[in-house]
Design a protein around this ligand. Structure first.
Ligand code: RB5
Length: 144
């Protein structure tokens, strides 16, 4: 199950992402928001981050205007490694090296075509483990 959430700044992109995920066989849980009415990205980052950190959803997608507010908020939740991505290499390597469990994208920055490619590679790429697992474990230590 993939968790998805957005604020008003990411609302249009969220529709395209949900269609894309369903067409590609993913189950999606939509945590809102449900319109372009102004709202606070933190509330949706929290819902998605808790769903991922708690194990209800295996990965998460957060969309806002820049992707930055969502990533700052989601990374406050224990167990979350949220990556703000604007390019293909980062979306791939944050899975391989950081075992990121949420990708954050800005609708006002990244076009829908690229956003879907970033999400596709993020969801399909496995964590490499090894030396990277040691580093991720050190991140978890910081949360204590
Ligand atoms: C909303 O205007 C905007 O601030 C928000 O979508 C996001 O870009 C915050 O980081």
């Amino acid at each position: 199950m993939i968790a998805i959430g957005c604020d008003h700044g990411g609302f249009k992109l969220k529709g395209a992402v949900i269609d894309f995920l369903k067409q590609n066989g993913y189950e999606v849980k939509d945590f809102g928001t449900d319109s372009e009415q102004s709202c606070d990205y933190v509330d949706y980052a929290k819902k998605v981050a808790f769903a991922v950190a708690g194990g209800e959803c295996e990965k998460g997608i957060l969309l806002c205007g820049t992707g930055i507010g969502m990533s700052i908020a989601a990374n406050k939740v224990k167990g979350i490694r949220a990556a703000h991505c604007t390019d293909y290499f980062s979306a791939k390597y944050t899975r391989m090296h950081n075992d990121s469990n949420i990708i954050c994208i800005g609708e006002r920055i990244t076009g829908a075509g690229l956003a879907l490619e970033l999400i596709k590679v993020f969801l399909e790429t496995e964590f490499e483990g090894g030396r990277h697992a040691i580093r991720v474990a050190k991140i978890a230590e910081l949360e204590k």
